[in-house]
Design a protein around this ligand. Structure first.
Ligand code: C2E
Ligand code: MG
Ligand code: MG
Ligand code: MG
Length: 278
């Protein structure tokens, strides 16, 4: 019986793969048109100061508002954007949009707000990245130091020597730099020390396990290491009071998570500021 089923399952599996490949291809085709159709939108997730729990800034998180499928997660379409090269154009749009909105909030009086912007592998490797950032900043009154570019730990550590020189170039523009999803890659302490970064973002998977002694041990180790290297620490995925009190007592600097807000439109983030920044 199992064998017979197995045969069927294989057939099903193949059909599944075809379906998947097809819908992937359709999505890819649509992605070429997404920007001009105004379907790419930047959302903002609050980050708060760990001591005061007042707004510190936001992380810009891209969304694809697909005409037929509705909101598509970046987890699903960033890889397509990467493989097609569309990430360069989409990435420029995200940087421009994030800076525009943050400049607007600064002008409204929230002039301490920081903005985190994710850079993917291909964007980071692109020779024009510096020019793009410089260009956007030259058309804005937003001081560079409020821009915080995030690259994942695994991206940072692949070809580390080369990346250090790219990061130094970015640093020279006056922007700040973060290592995202920290703890999920393989950093050597020696390397981390030579990276010109300001911040590490503890990956959400470790915050989820903060109730366990093992989870606590990992988070404590990351905090101690960041502290000794003089790095600021953002904890991602803060969802409850225990996360807050545990990390407050251990000098984590910034919190980000559903407890303070999900990623939201810029209009909603403006409202969030009005309600929380007083
Ligand atoms: P990331 O940069 O680590 O972003 C944090 C992700 O964790 C976001 O998912 C956010 O919604 C989610 N998150 C934050 N707090 C919580 C929480 O308390 N609970 C739970 N369950 N989730 C939380 P999102 O927006 O789906 O983005 C996923 C990933 O897609 C990002 O991970 C990043 O790697 C990538 N991404 C998103 N926006 C961009 C972008 O503009 N450019 C690039 N290159 N990548 C992006
Ligand atoms: Mg990020
Ligand atoms: Mg900073
Ligand atoms: Mg992350």
């Amino acid at each position: 019986q199992a064998k017979a089923l197995g045969g069927n399952q294989f057939a099903l599996y193949q059909k599944d793969m075809n379906q998947q490949a097809k819908s992937q291809l359709l999505l890819e085709n649509d992605l070429y048109k997404a920007l001009e159709r105004n379907e790419i939108e930047v959302y903002f997730q609050p980050q708060v100061d760990a001591k005061t729990l007042k707004p510190y800034g936001a992380e810009a998180l891209v969304r694809w508002n697909h005409a037929k499928q509705g909101l598509i997660s970046p987890v699903q379409f960033i890889p397509i954007a990467e493989s097609t090269g569309l990430i360069i154009e989409i990435g420029q749009f995200i940087i421009r949009k994030a800076v525009e909105e943050t400049e607007k909030w600064h002008k409204m009086g929230y002039d301490h707000l920081h903005i985190g912007i994710n850079l993917s592998g291909r964007q980071f490797a692109n020779d024009n990245l510096m020019d793009v950032i410089q260009n956007v900043l030259s058309h804005s009154t937003l001081p560079a130091k409020f821009l915080d570019f995030e690259i994942t730990e695994s991206l940072a550590m692949s070809n580390a020597d080369h990346n250090i020189s790219v990061l130094k170039g970015l640093k020279a523009l006056g922007v700040s730099l973060s290592i995202d999803d920290f703890g999920t890659g393989y950093s050597s302490l020696a390397y981390l020390h030579s990276f010109p970064i300001d911040t590490i973002k503890i990956d959400r998977s470790f915050i989820i396990n903060l109730e366990t002694t093992q989870g606590q041990a990992i988070v404590n180790t990351i905090l101690a290491m960041a502290n000794s290297l003089g790095l600021e620490v953002v904890a991602e995925g803060i969802e409850d009071d225990f996360h807050v009190s545990y990390l407050q007592s251990r000098n984590c600097d910034i919190f980000q998570g559903f407890k303070f807000g999900k990623p939201m439109t810029s209009t909603d983030f403006t409202r969030y500021l009005a309600e929380n920044a007083k």
